[in-house]
Ligand binder design. Sequence first.
Ligand SMILES: NC(=O)C1=CN([C@@H]2O[C@H](COP(=O)(O)OP(=O)(O)OC[C@H]3O[C@@H](n4cnc5c(N)ncnc54)[C@H](O)[C@@H]3O)[C@@H](O)[C@H]2O)C=CC1
Ligand SMILES: O=C(O)C(=O)COP(=O)(O)O
Length: 335
Amino acid sequence: MRPRVVVTDFLTESRFEEEVLGDIADVSVLEATSEEELLSGATEADALIVFHEVPIGPALIERLDRCLGVVRVGVGFDNVDRQAAGARGILVCNVPDYGTEEVADHTLMLLLAVARRLVTTDQSMRKSQWQYQTMLGAPRLRGQTLGLVGCGRIGTAVALRARAFGMRVVFFDPYKPAGYEKALGVERTATLEELLPQSNFLSVHCPASKETRHLIDRRAIDLLPVGSYLINTARGAVVEHEAILAGFASGRLVGAGLDVFETEPLVCEELRQDDRVIMTPHAAFYSVEAFPEMRRKAALEVRRFLEKTPAVNVVNRHFLVDPRAPLSPKLDGEP
Ligand SMILES: NC(=O)C1=CN([C@@H]2O[C@H](COP(=O)(O)OP(=O)(O)OC[C@H]3O[C@@H](n4cnc5c(N)ncnc54)[C@H](O)[C@@H]3O)[C@@H](O)[C@H]2O)C=CC1
Ligand SMILES: O=C(O)C(=O)COP(=O)(O)O
């Protein structure tokens, strides 16, 4: 019998996965919105390809008797229970390298749009107004400090772009090797508390995890300079929505550019109604080039499982007991 590969979440067709896997496996799409739906359709799979919307938790993992591995079509793997999968020998992989530039560009787009008042000014023009009053308070970017929470692939790409605008860049990332800041030509702080009071602009680029949940809370926002801007293209869980609203009320924040939210796809009503917020629907990753690339790369990882060649982007290595598929030696920077 040919192995079965199930592609889940909001994907409606499996063209890219078929291209990569069609000669060795049967690929099917299961458009699930909950783990329960996966329980009735995915338990016979030899491999799963999943997006970020549906949680892959212990109840499903318990039933994955044949599954060699779960591949996240994307970077963030916070919706997959890596430990539960590892305990059953199921590999969890991600696709770390498909959309770094897109997310960095999107971050700068949000930063520029909030700083240069793009949306309110555009709306005013559409009402046949011709005035610069919507620009009042807009800062000169050159010389402003951009604080980065997390300076991995995307944080680094953002730093390079922000430097071209003349911004001073400082990051907090406890896991970057000593001297990384020198190689990049920026500065770093040893703690988040040291980063925040310097950050006229704060941009979040760390993964969502137990450690980073609500890392940016009211206390953190209170440490920002008055009149700051917040950008989040990482994960909604890292920034407490209530803290953004409190930051607007206290004047610590005057603008926010958000691509990700605590309760996707629902967006907190107060944020939606506030024209100091510019929003996009978890879309920073997308480009015509990135979308097929992420899907082909995810399918290639599955191909490695099925052909018993070592999997590359394994993100649950330290939880794995008796892995069901071979894995490559640990890569530098692998979680
Ligand atoms: N909005 C979107 O469409 C997309 C969002 N993302 C999100 O962006 C995140 C970052 O992506 P990459 O830069 O490619 O990942 P990465 O793994 O290269 O970088 C993440 C960095 O965060 C650092 N970090 C971990 N814990 C931290 C903490 N407590 N405080 C400060 N820094 C911490 C790590 O040391 C690492 O350097 C992903 O985890 C994902 O959630 C990624 C792609 C698309
Ligand atoms: O790569 C990521 O982590 C992203 O957030 C974007 O891709 P996704 O929609 O999560 O598969």
